[in-house]
Design a protein around this ligand. Structure first.
Ligand SMILES: [Zn+2]
Length: 491
């Protein structure tokens, strides 16, 4: 600093002196519910300063610092903001990828509201597991109020494997710029997409360069018309594991079957990005088969992060649930124009893909088996206190059944119904996510020095699952917003 600037700086500081508390918020007389102290839910106060938690008083509530804005929390509960570690920010629920990216007025209205919808339901941090357009994240970060966004960069998708397979062969390599080529598995790659430049090391380096905190891979043989897709070999997966470790990235693997989860757990994935609704040859078994229990025991023992993503199937079911679009909760998270479009013939375009020619009732019935299998797995893991990490997979497909924020709340209700305790759900959405994704210095609890991402609730999340729908006020990086002002129908 030039010496000549010093007097000017001092003058500025002096001008600030009378307002020591400016920018500070004192939340007092509030019951503190923080995951590292669940046995000590006690009344206290929290000071927010410059976007961080600057002080936490427990068991008493001293006077407010001079000049601080005071929020009387009497009768309310204060929790850390929630973390959803499985979202896809570029996708517009209910729209094809092409329409979502087309910039039409419905999509534009959706993207303006989407960050607020996550906050409306208390999600102050989201992790995008597979970026397809960094512009979406850049634009979201420019919105006046938005959740913190972390990401895994572009997914390491095996050439011509899932989910590249959903795109035409001449388009897919454009859409998946970080695809992985395994010379041991020859497959058609257009020459201009240079397979030699698509090694594991190059893929992980691209993620790191883009600021990713994790690496996303898949083990998926496909479904519907796209069965028998190529999947990664054990050797290639081991290479991904080693490269992710070396780069300090969390390894997240899409795996929703017994076979896929066995593969990912043997290869030491850090996080399984789905529940297990396909048991292969064991599908018809009524109880939980011994082989699956043995795998789940290993998941518990290795502390593998587990995202049951129960809303994947419920989100598809929305197309055959007669009342789904009439639920008033939808009006809070999507603009009225988009909600109206969902009911139009164009807005129903995805339904035939869900029903595949079957009657609605038969589609509902057909989902019972996978849902039953998924619940049985969650209940077993809950009984052994597995490392659940909360992830809603919003949206998991082009479905309008996975809406931002609301989908997370519905996922919590499903997890609770399947047997997870309220404490397990709370930890999964706060500390477990923060620790598993390496964000716990910054997020996940009400502790001094962490980001002031906080929720004021009417009900304790340890008393009732509906607490997550009782948000009154949200703070993200210290910025305060009343919940209603975040709603899509706020006037
Ligand atoms: Zn996903």
């Amino acid at each position: 600093m030039k010496p000549a600037l010093l007097p000017a700086l001092l003058a500025t500081l002096m001008l600030c002196t009378p307002a020591v508390g400016a920018g500070q918020t004192w939340i007092s007389n509030v019951k503190l519910v923080s995951p590292e102290k669940l046995d000590r839910v006690e009344t206290g106060s929290v000071l927010i300063d410059a976007g961080r938690i600057a002080r936490v008083e427990r068991g008493r509530s001293g006077p407010a610092p001079a000049g601080a804005t005071v929020v009387d929390g009497k009768g309310y509960y204060l929790t850390p903001g929630l973390i959803d570690s499985h979202v896809h920010l570029h996708a517009v629920p209910g729209m094809s990828m092409a329409q979502g990216a087309s910039g039409d007025s419905l999509a534009r209205a959706y993207f303006r509201q989407m960050p607020r919808s996550f906050l409306y339901h208390g999600f102050t941090t989201v992790i995008d597991l597979a970026v397809s357009d960094y512009g979406v994240i850049e634009r979201l970060r420019k919105e006046p109020l938005h959740p913190d966004v972390f990401h895994c960069g572009e997914a390491l998708v095996l050439a011509n494997g899932y989910p590249m397979s959903f795109y035409a062969p001449d388009k897919r390599f454009q859409s998946f710029g970080n695809y992985l080529f395994d010379p041991a598995m020859p497959t058609a790659v257009p020459a201009q997409f240079a397979p030699a430049a698509h090694t594991v090391a190059a893929g992980v380096a691209r993620v790191a360069k883009a600021g990713g905190i994790c690496v996303k891979t898949h083990f998926e043989r496909g479904f519907g018309a796209d069965r028998n897709l190529p999947v990664m070999s054990r050797a290639k997966f081991a290479e991904v594991r080693a490269a992710a470790t070396q780069a300090g990235k969390v390894l997240v693997t899409h795996a929703n079957s017994f076979e896929a989860q066995s593969f990912a757990v043997a290869g030491r994935a850090d996080v399984l990005a789905h529940g297990m609704w396909h048991w292969g040859a064991l599908n018809g078994q009524a109880g939980l088969p011994g082989e699956i229990k043995a795998l789940l025991d290993r998941i518990v023992e290795q502390r593998t992060g587990y995202q049951p993503t129960m809303q994947v199937l419920h989100g598809l079911r929305a197309y055959v649930e007669p009342d789904y679009l009439n639920d008033p909760a939808l009006r809070k998270v999507v603009p009225a124009s988009l909600l109206a479009w969902f009911s139009t013939p164009q807005g129903q375009w995805f339904k035939p893909e869900v029903t595949d020619g079957e009657e609605d009732a038969a589609v509902m019935q057909g989902m019972e088996g996978p849902l039953r299998r998924q619940r049985a797995v969650v209940a077993y893991l809950a009984g052994r206190d597995a490392n659940f990490v909360f992830g809603s997979d919003t949206p998991s497909s082009p479905t309008y059944g996975n809406l931002p924020g609301l989908n997370g709340y519905r996922e919590m209700r499903q997890l609770h119904a399947a047997g997870m305790s309220l404490a397990q759900i709370f930890k999964a959405a706060t500390m477990n996510n923060a620790r598993t994704f390496g964000l716990d210095r910054e997020l996940g609890s009400i502790e001094v020095g962490k980001a002031a991402n906080l929720l004021l609730l009417k009900t304790s999340p340890l008393d009732d699952i509906s607490a997550y729908d009782s948000v009154v006020t949200v703070w993200v990086r210290g910025r305060q917003a009343p919940r209603e002002a975040l709603a899509a129908d706020y006037e």
